[in-house]
Every structure is written in C-alpha cells, then in structure tokens.
Design a protein around this ligand. Structure first.
Ligand code: PMT
Length: 393
C-alpha cells in the first residue's frame, strides 16, 4: 500500500525521537521513499546519520542546507510528498504547525504541501493536558490533520500519563490506512455504541460486564476514516483517546436508550457493539446495603434498544455475543431486532471477543452467513462496513 509513496518523516526534539528510527526503517522495508527532516532539537536526541543510513536519502536539518537538485529543499519535498508524518511532535512543533510559524523547514514543508499530515504527539502528561496544547490540537484537527495518540504509559518524568508517542508499528498501520482509505461513507451520519453499561445496585456496587469498548471504537474509527460523521455513545472504555468523533458517555442501559432515542431520527446508520445489560435493579438502594441484608436482588428488564428503533428509518447493525449456538441465536436476533446485519461472535474463543485486540466473527444477514477468520478489530470493523455499505442506498 505504501510502496513507492513519498513519505516525509519530520522528527522534532523529544526523547521519543529514537522510535522514529524504527518507523523510518519499517517504512523503507515497505518500499516507501522516506525523506527525513529534523529540527535542531531533534539532533540533540538522535543523529542524522541513523536516518540517512536507513532511508538512503540526505536528511534536511535547516533551510540553508541545500541538498535537493532544485536547491529549495522544503518546496521540492513538499510538492512530491504523498504524506507528511511528524513523529514525535513536541508541544512546540504542534504550536508552530497550528499557527503556521515556518521558522524551520518542517512547518515550511507542511505549509507548501497539499499532502495529508499525520502527527504523533509526545510530551509530558501535564504539558499534553495543558489548555494551550489541547487548543492547538483542536486547530490541527480542524485543518484535517490526523492525530495519532499519545498513548498512556510511563513517561520520562516517571509519571504514568498520556504523553507517550504512538508505537512505530501502530503508526505504520495508521499510515497504511491513510493510503487505503475509501471515502464511501461520506454524508452518512452514524451512531456507534461501545463498552459495557453499568446498573447500580447501591452507591458502592453495580452489575456490569467485560466489554472494553475496543470493538466499538474500531468501528467508530473506521467510519470516521471512511468519511462518516460519527457519534459514539459509550459506557466504560479501556482507551478513551479516540478523536474526530462526537463522544457521549453514559452509565446505564436507560441512559444509552435515552441518548439514542433523542438522535435516532437524524441518523442514517446505527451499529450497536455495546454490551448492554438486559436487566437492572428494580429498586436501586440509595444507601450502601449491609452485606447481611443482601439475600436476593429484584431485577427488571431494560428496554431492548435495537428492537425499539424503527428499522425503516435507519439501517440497524447489531452484534450477537454468544457462548453456544452462535449462528442460530444470531439469526433470531437478526429477525427479532429487525437488523440488516448481525455480527456474531463466540466470546468463548481464545484471543477473541471481550477485551482482546482481535475478534472472530460471522456476518449474518438475510442472504446468508459469512464466516471470517480471527483478525484485528480494526480490520473486522472495515469488513463490517464493507458489508453494511450494501444496505445503504
Ligand atoms: O468491547 P470489547 O471488549 O471490544 O468486546 C466486544 C464485544 C464482545 C462486546 C462485541 O463484539 C459484542 O459482541 N457486542 C454485543 C454484546 C451484547 O450485548 O450482545 P447481545 O447478544 O446481548 O445483544 C445483541 C445486540 O442487541 C447487541 O447489538 C446489543 O448492543 C443490543 N442490545 C442488547 C441489550 C439491550 N437491552 N438492547 C440492545 O440493543
């Protein structure tokens, strides 16, 4: 997918700059033509020779460092670029890109290019959370710059926070996605649900499930990347860093029902991968119940959200999380919930279902069943969208 693509890799001054050597190497292995531009600060962390050795291209380190045939490096590089990647992107470089301060060749190249831009922020967690950095990232988002990460983890300062640069392998797959991106969901407004709901018993205890929200997030990201306007209505998520979609956080199945019912008439598609509790506590306790007083809990049914939506107005895609009789149960859900498609997954399979990065599913629809192998949830999300597309007029 990235073979022969001209990828400009911009490296700015962060400890994470060492990861960009691996990224450059991975891109070259995929036969991309990689042109590296480094800031002076980046040179304090990693050497120019590492990049020129890997990419077989001279590294640009300043405006007056003429190495291209045209002698105007950044313009030459900008015009040829298929993609510009800024990794790591420091708070300083993010601010300069947002404001167009072209005092060094990275920003000059971005300004002079029509190529998409992907940035991977890396910095201290409090810096990342600062109003200035968040505002600058919003400016970049509005300029259609794609932002990857940062991820949560141990930072150089020793704290555990969001600030780690996205790992090179993940960046590589995001770069591949940019080149493979279809825009077949342009003008589609989609609701995606993700994560598990919570049914409170008392102020301390609750009933929930093992959903991490990874499947729903993968679907929301795939829809976003294919041009849809996405509203993600979610319970607990293991990673809340998804951007470029409207996010609505809910607790209970009732909250989810209300948020969906308020919007459903204005949307074209709903994909429900959330694990919604079928029951709630009949009379939730306002005070913590003493353990000796819990002998039994009275439950009452939650509404079936998918079933309650009128399927003539919106395309409905549901999931079926099963431990037995996968296809039989999925077919029942297809008809009782009036869905166009049910994504059936056997949640007992190892490395699949709840919490994992991969999933194995069968697409069940009116014309039959399509059994898919175990694959990344991000890949499965695209398969689901490829199928769903056939139901959208
Ligand atoms: O979140 P992850 O950790 O990535 O895990 C992914 C997953 C296993 C949660 C996901 O792949 C999945 O199977 N999601 C559906 C879970 C579920 O609740 O399945 P179900 O068979 O109980 O429900 C069938 C469908 O009806 C689902 O689309 C569900 O969202 C919906 N539903 C369920 C109950 C309810 N009251 N209203 C509903 O609309």
């Amino acid at each position: 997918m990235i073979e022969n693509k001209n990828i400009v890799l911009c490296v700015t001054g962060s400890i994470a700059a060492y990861k960009s050597i691996y990224l450059a190497s991975s891109l070259v292995k995929e036969n991309a033509n990689v042109q590296v531009i480094m800031t002076e600060a980046a040179l304090e962390f990693v050497g120019e020779a590492s990049f020129s050795g890997i990419t077989h291209n001279p590294v640009i380190t300043g405006y007056y460092d003429r190495k291209s045939k045209l002698g105007i490096d950044h313009i030459d590089i900008a015009k040829k670029a298929d993609l510009i990647v800024v990794a790591p992107a420091t708070a300083n470089s993010i601010a300069k890109i947002a404001l167009g301060i072209s005092s060094e060749p990275i920003v000059g190249t971005i300004l002079a290019s029509k190529a998409p831009v992907l940035i991977a922020p890396a910095m201290d967690g409090d810096m990342y959370n600062s109003t200035q950095v968040q505002n600058n990232l919003k400016v970049l988002e509005n300029l259609s710059v794609k932002i990857s990460g940062p991820e949560k983890g141990r930072l150089a300062s020793g704290i555990e926070e969001f600030g780690r640069m996205t790992e090179p392998d993940k960046l590589l797959s995001e770069i591949e996605k940019i080149f493979s991106k279809k825009k077949d969901y342009n003008n589609i407004k989609a609701i995606v649900t993700a994560g598990g709901t919570i049914e409170e018993i008392d102020p301390v205890r609750f009933i929930s499930n093992k959903s991490s929200g990874k499947m729903g997030i993968a679907i929301a990201e795939a829809l976003r990347d294919r041009g849809a306007k996405v509203t993600l209505i979610h319970g607990n998520l293991s990673d809340n860093s998804i951007i470029g979609v409207e996010k609505i956080s809910i607790k209970s199945a009732e909250d989810m029902t209300n948020e969906i019912q308020n919007r459903v008439n204005y949307f074209d598609l709903i994909i429900m991968s959330a694990a919604v509790a079928d029951y709630k506590i009949k009379n939730k306790f306002n005070q913590k119940i003493k353990k000796e007083d819990i002998s039994h809990l009275e439950l009452e049914r939650n509404p079936d959200i998918l079933k309650s939506i009128d399927g003539s107005k919106i395309i409905k895609v549901g999931f079926a999380a099963e431990t037995e009789n996968l296809i039989e149960n999925a077919k029942k859900k297809l008809s009782t919930k009036d869905c166009k498609l049910i994504v059936a997954n056997d949640i007992t399979l190892p490395g699949s279902g709840f919490g994992s990065d991969e999933n194995k599913a069968t697409l069940v629809h009116n014309k039959g069943c399509e059994d898919l192998p175990l694959m990344k949830k991000s890949e499965l999300a695209h398969k689901i969208l490829d199928k769903t597309k056939s139901f959208i007029k």
